[in-house]
Design a protein around this ligand. Structure first.
Ligand SMILES: *[C@@H]1O[C@H](CO)[C@@H](O)[C@H](O)[C@H]1NC(C)=O
Ligand SMILES: *[C@@H]1O[C@H](CO)[C@@H](O)[C@H](O)[C@H]1NC(C)=O
Length: 405
């Protein structure tokens, strides 16, 4: 036991020495999160090596051990666990609500594979309270057990239930937003896209989409932001590839990860197709071109992983999996897109915002300097572990929602 504790201390101290970009805000807190995540990963892979447990299940178990749900500490918010179209959801309603009220359908983050409405309880109750809206948190099924399309389908079905039956919960169905962070941002964008195809005479349209550091494409893991933030951050390139592997239902072997890392997971024909225009760095704003490393996607790469490409090619261009691959965004609802500087996903969000603008969709793009992927998510833990910038930025999000929903 002493040995184990000593080992853990060494492991944690070692993890704490992560070199960070010098400008990163609140480096102590950032290092703590990175150390915790690295330690959890290390333990999970160690357990997987010696037992039959999947490492994802070990991490989930660890999250549940360190985190017991608060189940909303606010007495002025009522909370109900419900079932919408077969999907478990949690509804938050401010007690002041007596009449039809706007609603935010929230999809939590965690790389599609981690967290739940329980872990996000604090964040979603705070969201309901600060915007005085009804919040529906969706407990979608997750990979590796349930890869795409399960999480997307669950989110879609729950949202459709809100639009079709919202009145009975005092929801104003003409004022419904979808929102999410990280993988949840991917799901929110995909649900907004899918519902924009519905005939508005039968189902009201989504009014607003709030995408916080969203993942929006799996065509290239070599965008400038993937290059700049490949290592030394909470979610580096390899970690993001692992998340995508689970969502795409491919076994994340070392060979597969190498193929993704060198952008050899697809054939040159798809890389040179119209889809590559959607992620062209020419669309990136000038202001981010500091420490800029251009992407090499344009370079012809004759070698590729044919087996993997065959499995992936129809998937990565599916717009409900990678919303950046949609060919026409003009019917989408107005959007708030939040990206941060030290985030592999930064360019996914920037590119989406610029394509939405080209399609005449009103967009507010919020670019947060000096922050990493996931900095908004600790709002789910407690005030003590929140980044100051996350608090300030969440207030901006509330304000945007108050003005636009
Ligand atoms: C996109 O769709 C809209 C509405 O359906 C249509 O008016 C527009 O021409 C389309 N744009 C392109 C580039 O196809
Ligand atoms: C978060 O920001 C709001 C608005 O700026 C402020 O009122 C509140 O005290 C802040 N909370 C913390 C924990 O910093």
């Amino acid at each position: 036991m002493t040995l184990l504790t000593a080992g853990l201390v060494i492991l944690i101290s070692y993890s704490l020495y992560t070199p960070l970009p010098s400008e990163i805000n609140e480096p102590g807190l950032a290092r703590t999160y990175i150390a915790a995540f690295k330690t959890a990963n290390f333990l999970a892979y160690t357990v997987e090596l010696f037992t039959t447990f999947h490492h994802v299940n070990v991490i989930r178990w660890l999250v549940n051990v360190v985190y017991s749900p608060v189940l909303t500490r606010y007495s002025d918010i009522t909370v109900e666990n419900l079932n919408f179209n077969g999907i478990p959801v949690r509804l938050y309603r401010p007690s002041s609500v007596t009449d039809l009220t706007p609603c935010i359908v929230y999809f939590h983050g965690g790389g599609w594979i981690l967290f739940s409405v329980d872990t996000y309880d604090l964040l979603t109750s705070e969201l309901s309270r600060s915007t005085n809206t009804i919040v529906i948190a969706v407990d979608y099924r997750k990979p590796p057990e349930y890869p795409y399309p399960y999480p997307f389908d669950d989110c879609l079905r729950a949202t459709q239930h809100v639009l079709q039956n919202g009145q009975q919960y005092l929801i104003d169905v003409n004022r419904v937003a979808v929102a999410g962070d990280g993988a949840g941002g991917n799901l929110a964008a995909a649900v907004a896209l899918r519902l924009s195809e519905e005939d508005p005479t039968y189902t009201p349209h989504i009014k607003l989409q709030v995408l916080i550091q969203p993942a929006l494409q799996a065509l290239s893991f070599d965008t400038p932001s993937y290059r700049q933030n490949a290592v030394n951050t909470l979610v580096g390139r390899t970690q993001m590839i692992l998340f995508w592997c689970h969502y795409l239902d491919v076994q994340p072997t070392q060979g597969t990860i190498n193929s993704f890392q060198s952008n050899q997971h697809l054939s040159p024909s798809i890389k040179n197709s119209i889809y590559s225009l959607y992620i062209s760095e020419l669309q990136l704003p000038e202001c981010i071109k500091i420490n800029y490393i251009p992407s090499s996607l344009a370079r012809h790469c004759p070698d590729y992983d044919k087996q993997l490409a065959q499995k992936l090619e129809s998937k990565v261009v599916d717009p409900f999996l990678s919303p950046l691959m949609a060919d026409n965004l003009s019917k989408l609802p107005r959007a708030y897109v939040l990206v941060s500087e030290y985030d592999v996903l930064r360019d996914d969000g920037l590119l989406y915002a610029s394509r939405l603008r080209q399609a005449n969709v009103p967009v507010v793009l919020r670019y947060v300097r000096d922050q990493m992927q996931g900095f908004m998510a600790p709002a789910m833990f407690s005030d003590y572990f929140k980044f100051t910038a996350a608090n300030v930025t969440w207030y901006e999000v509330y304000e945007y929602i108050n003005l636009n929903l």
